[in-house]
Design a protein around this ligand. Structure first.
Ligand SMILES: Nc1ncnc2c1ncn2[C@@H]1O[C@H](COP(=O)(O)OP(=O)(O)O)[C@@H](O)[C@H]1O
Ligand SMILES: [Mg+2]
Length: 474
């Protein structure tokens, strides 16, 4: 996992520990390097002092070619276990005496090298001139020392440094895990509050303020924001409840009014019909016309009341959602409209239609209203109506296309409002409720409805129903 995705606590710990660890490693490395360098210098100095002393002591043995003396002097190197080899070279460059005595001569340089002390490979070697008091050179002393002293000291220092580093890191870990809390805790509390808010949609929770720093300010601002959202949410809920209540009331009113109006209306229409039938011949032409108007009016009112009842029943009398085969729904519509289909000579064609989760009765009502309008608002041409459906990622989009009179764009919204019609009753009969019912049905199903049209070239009414689980395939 990337550092960016780690929890804030771990991120802070990682940052603190990496910083302390990094500086510690750098400091220790510098310390070790400095120690290594000074120790080398000291060792070199010590060996050169020793060489100097031994060389000064060897003058007599070289001057008098006294081999025994020379060996004894060289044997003094025994005191330092790090001296690996030592040799005295005569003036002509031949090895005159060497230490340890059992070391083969071949282990020594064939001839003395340049004067001075230097590190070679893993050893320190030195060539010290052996000179008499008058500066006449008698020969050269060769010394070879290992560097184990340096390395063992370094090892010891290394172990101490590692120990100190371990202890320091432990202390750093304990300190940082205590200190990181001052930063991580307010953030965690904030994140937890945000989670509760989004999980439960509960805006009454507040994040605890743990200080007065920037995080404290952030927490305060967050809490204030929650407070404002809570207020707005409350107002919104109240408004929604109010709208729902008044909507219900209106529905109830429309229902009761249209329902209760039916009874007296039935009386009016049946008695006017009776009047026409029984006394029609006793009335003069004018009288019969009046009665016909009265019958007409009663019939129209009947239709209006029925439509209003339909409208108010969309949500109050809606049935449960279930799988509905829209192909079958269209067949039912064809059957219901068979008379007007025959009269107008209209053809209703369709693409394969899917099964959707819906209220079947309302689907029939919806399609029947749309197809009925398509037949009603026809031109002199033979009406051709085509019903199709297309799936998008989120919904089914149905379309009812006709070749009728069409609608001007400025009326695209208005026609879905109840009682809104574009024509006089004499031109095309109707109550102006059909499309309002359609819209209520579609909205009850969580969808939307709209129209596209070019006047004179027909109209296409589309409605979209959201997909329910696993409802994609045709
Ligand atoms: N297929 C259509 N072609 C042209 N105009 C239409 C069509 N469908 C609806 N309209 C217009 O929308 C208005 C409202 O339709 P609707 O609510 O069904 O009422 P109604 O059918 O009772 O007139 C209609 O009066 C008509 O002007
Ligand atoms: Mg209509």
């Amino acid at each position: 996992m990337r550092l960016r995705d780690q929890p804030i606590r771990q991120k802070l710990m990682a940052i603190l520990l990496l910083t302390t660890g990094g500086t510690l490693v750098l400091a220790c490395a510098a310390l070790l390097a400095y120690q290594f360098w000074t120790f080398r210098q000291t060792t070199l100095k010590q060996l050169s002092t020793l060489g100097n002393v031994i060389a000064a002591n060897s003058t007599a043995s070289l001057a008098f070619q006294n081999e025994r003396d020379a060996r004894e002097i060289l044997a003094a190197f025994r005191a330092d276990p790090h001296i690996l080899a030592a040799g005295l070279y005569a003036k002509d460059g031949t090895l005159f005496s060497h230490y340890p005595a059992d070391l083969p001569v071949t282990a020594f340089p064939a001839a003395p090298g340049r004067d001075g002390y230097r590190f070679e490979h893993a050893e320190l070697v030195g060539f010290e001139p052996v000179t008499q008091v008058g500066n006449a050179r008698l020969g050269t002393l060769y010394v070879e020392s290992d560097l184990k002293a340096i390395y063992s000291t370094l090892q010891l220092t290394g172990a101490v440094v590692a120990l100190v580093m371990g202890a320091s890191l432990l202390v750093a870990y304990l300190l940082s895990s205590a200190l990181q809390r001052t930063i991580s805790q307010p953030l965690l509390a904030l994140a937890e509050t945000a989670r509760v808010v989004s999980d439960r949609q509960d805006y009454s929770v507040r994040a605890p303020a743990l200080g007065k720093d920037e995080l404290g300010l952030l927490t305060d601002a967050f809490n204030q924001m929650l407070g404002r959202i809570e207020d707005q949410d409350r107002v919104l809920r109240q408004n929604v409840a109010e709208v729902e209540r008044s909507n219900k009331e209106l529905e109830q009113f429309a229902y009761v009014a249209s329902h209760d109006l039916q009874e007296p209306l039935r009386m009016v229409s049946s008695f006017t019909e009776l009047l026409e039938r029984r006394y029609g011949d006793k009335l003069d032409e004018k009288g019969r016309k009046f009665v016909r108007y009265a019958v007409d009016g009663a019939i129209r009112m009947q239709r209006l009341i029925n439509d209003l009842l339909d409208f108010s029943r969309v949500s109050t009398r809606g049935k449960a959602m279930q799988p509905v085969d829209m192909g079958q729904v269209l067949d039912t519509v064809r059957l219901n409209l068979s008379v007007s289909l025959k009269e107008s000579g209209a053809v209703v064609t369709n693409d394969p239609l899917p099964t959707v989760t819906a209220d079947e009765t309302q689907m029939v009502q919806l399609l029947q209203n749309l197809v009925g309008n398509a037949i009603k608002f026809r031109t002199a041409d033979r009406p051709h109506i085509h019903v199709s459906a297309q799936a998008t990622a989120t919904e089914w989009v149905f379309a009812v296309r006709d070749n009728g009179i069409g609608i001007a764009p400025e009326y695209f919204e208005r026609i879905f409002v109840i009682f809104q019609r574009l024509h006089a009753r004499g031109e095309y009969p109707g109550t102006g409720i059909g499309l309002a019912v359609c819209r209520r049905i579609v909205e009850r199903h969580g969808g939307r409805i709209w129209v596209a049209s070019v006047p004179g070239q027909g109209a296409t009414f589309s409605f979209a129903l959201p997909h329910h689980n696993g409802e994609q395939a045709l």
